[in-house]
Ligand binder design. Sequence first.
Ligand SMILES: *Cc1c(COP(=O)(O)O)cnc(C)c1O
Length: 350
Amino acid sequence: MSEVAEKQLTIHGGAPVVAGPLPRYVAMGTAEVEAAVAVVQSDVLSAFLGAPGDYFLGGPVVKEFEAAWRQRFNVRYAVSVNSATSGLSAAMGAIGIAPGDEVIVPPFTMSVTVVAPLIYGGIPVFADLDPETFCIDPDSVRRKITSRTKAIIAVNLFGHPAALTELKALADEHGLYLIEDNAQAPLAEENGRLCGTIGHIGIFSLNYHKHIHCGEGGVCVTADSQLAERLQLIRNHGENAVEAHGIEDITDMVGFNYRLTEVHAAIALEQLRHADEHVEVRVRIGTELTAAVGELEGIRTPVARPGCRHVYYMWPMRFDENVVGVSRDVFRQALAAEGVPTYAGYVRPL
Ligand SMILES: *Cc1c(COP(=O)(O)O)cnc(C)c1O
């Protein structure tokens, strides 16, 4: 520690602490390559049909992937989609968001959390954050509930669970849906329960930046058969097939093409098989980094609420300019000079 303290900062002419670029984490292995090649060689790159019948729900690999997802996350239904953006939109349609309905959301998240309700004419209503976990604060949510509120979207931000059990109780008390944007927290847990499986629908992302990925992709999970069916219909141009379902109240459904291809499903399936290992790497690095940084004045390292498993999509730290005496930008420049890249985070609330 004393050596580091005496070191001349690189921005002041010293040698950088980290020499050379940090190695990139390689998530793809030969299993992914072989699975993708096999699908391409089969010539069936996507097997969805937008008409009633066997292929309305996708091809063999999509179905195998969804079955594996159900098993790993111990959920009744898993509906794959081509992104978490699609999944969040489909979730808004599945719960019946209509013009004027209010959906309570956090302002500190990736944009689609808040855009999704708008797609169906819903109104995002911002609630405040818990300053420790950066997730939506249940007390603030409670104060935002009106007679027009239909749902709450909780984001398990940076890999840490929102106060899901509390939010679910609040949702149930008021007859609202709790939707989990779980793009950043696969295999995170609150009191032994997996994030994404506590709300009425949980949405996962398989985009390139997430813990496990297939380029672009996503999964919605739910325990509710009606919600699952609506998600499946919205994913595949719903209106083409509702007659065959004999369900009248979904004949006005707006459907899209949110279908995952067989190639992406094949890669995602291999990623899922190793999901625990991929997640564990981030957890280990996050935990080690917290221990290594230790307690420094003006810097708040990540915390996990009691009973929570943080899976470190990010390693979110808070930097207090007033205590440290330099601006966040200067601090980041100094870190960058040492070979330590950082992001400023979601600097401007949505
Ligand atoms: C990545 C992300 C999304 C969107 O995921 P895509 O699969 O890229 O559409 C949504 N919400 C959050 C919180 C995310 O981090």
